[in-house]
Write a protein that binds this ligand. Sequence first.
Ligand SMILES: NC(=O)c1ccc[n+]([C@@H]2O[C@H](COP(=O)([O-])OP(=O)(O)OC[C@H]3O[C@@H](n4cnc5c(N)ncnc54)[C@H](OP(=O)(O)O)[C@@H]3O)[C@@H](O)[C@H]2O)c1
Length: 327
Amino acid sequence: MHPLQDDRRFALKGPMPRRLAITGGTGFIGAALIRRLAADGWRLRALYRSRRAAAPQADVDWIRGSLADAESLSRLVAGAEVVVHCAGAVRGATPEQFNRVNIEGVARLARAARRLDPPPRFLLISSLAAREPQLSYYAASKRGGEETLRSAAQGMHWTALRPPAVYGPGDREMRPLLQAMQRGFAPVLGRPEARFSLLYVEDLSAAVAHIVDRPHWEAGPFELHDGHAGGYSWREVIDTFARIAGRHVRPVQVPAAVLNATAAINQALARRMGFRPMLTPGKMRELTHPDWVCDDAPLRRATGWRPAVGLADGLRLTLESFSPSRA
Ligand SMILES: NC(=O)c1ccc[n+]([C@@H]2O[C@H](COP(=O)([O-])OP(=O)(O)OC[C@H]3O[C@@H](n4cnc5c(N)ncnc54)[C@H](OP(=O)(O)O)[C@@H]3O)[C@@H](O)[C@H]2O)c1
């Protein structure tokens, strides 16, 4: 359907809805964003490639397309007041696999948004990894995405968030680690002395909902975390888990040599066979980086947003989501 006809269809539905276009809605974080933004009254258009969300909400219009297809992006953003760009490549073995999505995808979506009159505001879900672009192809591509947006925006208001590791119901990356802890041992993948921030997924959604409601945006990029200044050590996370699970959890340092060897094999096989592994030499450099602690003071000053879910509550809610009745 032509975007203008689409707009008329929206207009017939009564009072002017606030319109928001979103990418990545079929993924872990994007699905949580959709739930929150729909609950806040936004009329949503969401991009999907081949599968929609498992439980499509009535108030979401799904647009089939991809970040490689400019025409589908124009249909996605038509009439939007805000664009939330959450889609991203999070696994891969070559720079191209990340850059095609995390840089070129940002450029294409920003161009589609900029052509609207008036242009929407554009919020990019970047990553704390963008702070250390030398570590991995992923990190470099997320930094590249921020820089691309900065130069492509050309008068369009934009902002970018740099979440640390995000966890919560629906996350497949951290689930094996949490399930191992439920069985009584915690594989420690990074350095024991490393410190890192964390963020519960519903708090990231709350931050986005808070920002998109504000009339004035500062560009950022902004770091954010769960309110635990100074981040966590592995020991603190394991102890918190043990407390809420009511059991002893033994940390097991996974030898770096084993992980490095697995990562190197993954990388070589992936290049030949074209699959996208999570554990690569770049991911190892990310995992062993000693400082992934966020500073959320600039975001607090700019927006007044405060997190609500600490680690103990976030872990409890995540574990509850594993129980068969909730699966
Ligand atoms: N999870 C974290 O801890 C974390 C931390 C910091 C930042 N982030 C950022 O948050 C964003 C979402 O991450 P996530 O954990 O939710 O990942 P995810 O579950 O893998 O979701 C990725 C989403 O991006 C979509 N996507 C990927 N390539 C695309 C393309 N070429 N065209 C259109 N859509 C595409 C996927 O669509 P399909 O369903 O079709 O594959 C999916 O909806 C990413 O930008 C990531 O860099 C994540």
